[in-house]
Design a protein around this ligand. Structure first.
Ligand code: MN
Length: 346
């Protein structure tokens, strides 16, 4: 039997400039809820921070060795959260273009090992829209990642519409990745460090996704695809109640479909950092086998755990192949292996 192709779809990297700029923000007294994490990362002594920074900056060496050791064919890479979204607009847009150029160059060097999601700076929506078009056109990348709020604003605000227009026109799936809650939301999360991946990231990003559904963006762009990590940031579990309360409430926006119907038509979820059979089984029922992709969340979570989870999940071979590779090939426009082999022979 042919070995299972494994495409990991939420894998992070960093550029030295990004890590420096994040450390600069912390040194300048940043008061966002992302500051505790990036303050820890900027500190020199913490062994977790040292390892993660090393693995974020590495692309060709340790990363490929770990992928080889665990039988991971491909990382779909994106600049680590919060991307360039904490920086001044001009600097952020320039850093995004530079990061996307380097990502495209890396993918060209290792076309079967890496695909890439572009970084954009929503701080300047018009420039961000142009960068979406450039990334999907000239650079040939596979989608866009946006790390939830930007300066405490959510993408359902009217001014961000050009980004969705560009994504819809160029067929770019938008991966809505977590960061810590916005300032308006963060207060109660800061005690016990709950602003982190333990709870706050999912609460922030789940809220953001529900706001996007409510904004009608999926009526405006019926072909738009939003990808959520971490088994859907809680949305699959809330689907029934979202639909029920949406339909029975009096102060709801007018939409063509129910929230759950947009989830199945316009969204996909990944297993990043949530290596749990029971959640997977539920999500297959809730959003459908064709809307779920495998992910590791490298280097924040470990590759062997994610591989072991998906290898052992109680699935048919056909369903496992969809989650490990087939759905990612379709959603992120990644050439199937059979096509690659054809291309090599030609
Ligand atoms: Mn991640």
């Amino acid at each position: 039997m042919q070995r299972q192709r494994r495409i990991a779809t939420e894998e992070a990297f960093a550029t030295p400039e990004q890590l420096e700029a994040l450390a600069d923000r912390i040194a300048a007294g940043d008061d966002s809820a992302d500051a505790p994490f990036w303050g820890m990362m900027a500190g020199s002594a913490n062994p977790f921070a040292q390892r993660v920074k090393r693995q974020l900056l590495d692309l060709d060496d340790e990363r490929l060795a770990i992928m080889d050791a665990e039988g991971v064919d491909m990382h779909v890479l994106a600049l680590t959260s919060p991307g360039v979204q904490m920086f001044a607009p001009d600097r952020a847009a320039a850093m995004a273009r530079d990061s996307n150029d380097r990502l495209a160059e890396l993918v060209a060097r290792h076309p079967r090992r890496f695909a890439g999601l572009a970084t954009i700076a929503p701080q300047d929506p018009e420039a961000a829209a142009l960068e979406v078009e450039r990334a999907m056109g000239k650079l040939g990348l596979n989608g866009v990642m946006i790390n939830s709020h930007t300066n405490d604003e959510y993408l359902d605000e009217e001014k961000y519409l050009p980004i969705f227009e560009a994504a819809a026109a160029s067929g770019a799936p938008i991966y809505l990745h977590p960061r810590a809650p916005s300032r308006g939301m963060a207060g109660p999360y800061l005690k016990y460090g709950l602003e982190t991946a333990m709870w706050g990231y999912g609460a922030e990003t789940g809220l953001h996704a529900v706001r996007l559904i409510m904004s009608g963006v999926f009526d405006r762009f019926p072909g738009l695809r939003l990808v959520l990590g971490h088994m859907g940031e809680g949305l699959p579990f809330w689907q029934w109640r979202l639909d029920y309360m949406f339909a029975s409430g009096s102060n709801r926006p007018k939409l063509e479909l129910l929230p759950g119907e947009y989830m199945r038509r316009n969204m996909a979820i990944t297993t990043s950092g949530m290596n749990w059979d029971k959640a997977l089984a539920f999500c297959i029922e809730a959003v459908g086998i064709d809307n779920i992709m495998w992910a590791i969340d490298y280097p924040y979570q470990t590759t062997p755990e994610a591989v072991e989870f998906m290898d052992r999940a109680p699935l048919s071979d056909e369903d496992r192949t969809k989650i490990y590779a087939g759905n990612a090939e379709r959603i992120f426009n990644i050439a199937p292996l059979a096509d690659e082999l054809e291309m090599e022979r030609a």
